[in-house]
Design a protein around this ligand. Sequence first.
Ligand SMILES: [Zn+2]
Length: 379
Amino acid sequence: MTTVDHLRQVRLGNLRTVLLALVDRPGSRADLAARTGLTKATLSNLAEPLLAGGILVEEPATLAGMGRPSKPLRFHPDGPVAVGAEINVSHLAVETLGLDGETLERRLVPADLRKASARDVLDRVCALIREVTGPRPLLGAGLAIPGVVHDGVVVRAPNLPRLVGEPLALDLSRRLGVEVALDNEANLAALAHLWPRHLAGEDFVHVTADVGIGAGVVLGGEVYRGVSGFAGELGHVVIERDGIPCTCGSRGCVERYAGLDVILREAGRRRLDSLRRALSAGDSKAVDAVRHAGEALGVGIATLTNLFDVPTVVLGGSYAVLYDHLHDAVRSEMDSRVLAGGERHTRLVASPLGEFAVVRGAAGLITRRAVQQPERLFA
Ligand SMILES: [Zn+2]
């Protein structure tokens, strides 16, 4: 590496450090210097191009104590944003996210996409994205799919078969004129609990249910995808060797006992909101259906916990909605099946992000990339 390259790398590393500190919270140059360990001179030097490029803005001076008035730096309110989009079996969702981690706009619209072509789906995604992105510069888009993604291509999506093998990221990138990153919805929902705010620590499993059941496994602050993108397929962990046949070809998979469609059918309800109302009213059929699902889910989660030794399990998506009624059954199975469970108490919590976790993670994929590789902000 030449000296010039080396200096450039050091400068980018310092920029990353400052941006990460600002994602945490705004601060004056002196405060940022103290938080990052950089000198005030280096800090002023690094802030210059970020201010000139409209990434940061300097707030009016405020008098703090006896010292000189400080002028806090923060991300510019008209600065670049990222957009996240979710293509699901029964809905489309989008969200725009600023570099400071604030949600600007979001939408969720019901849509039956099981038989839709890639072109139809992208038409609708694009229209929705245009509704939520205003005049602010767009850094890029994250696209979430309920399927297995490998090298930017959907390799398996049992519920959206027409999207398999389609160049979705490339097509959307051409339409929007920005970079598009494609990933699995369970991984992105997990990422939303890691970035821009740590909501569940750096080691956890985020479990969510729709038609299928997905788990996003986060180890050491990174989503673990596996070699081919198949990691975290909790729905197809077998809990009964000769159990109910599954669409995957196996038998007795968790999904056949704890999937949302199974819960709804057993409860005699068609939609999640109707199930929720039945649970609130103490409807015994609904309560039993959710408890049975919780028992099966708890067995699957105990297996995950035994494999990965994570301290926290987050129930997200529709499981977060049903959390109060799922909790006891899941907890009870974990308590009796996690090895040495008494000594390393695994936390079981509901996700605070609800149905927008996936799109928040999809947008976060882009803002995180921009902060970790600050050269992208000047492209
Ligand atoms: Zn299966």
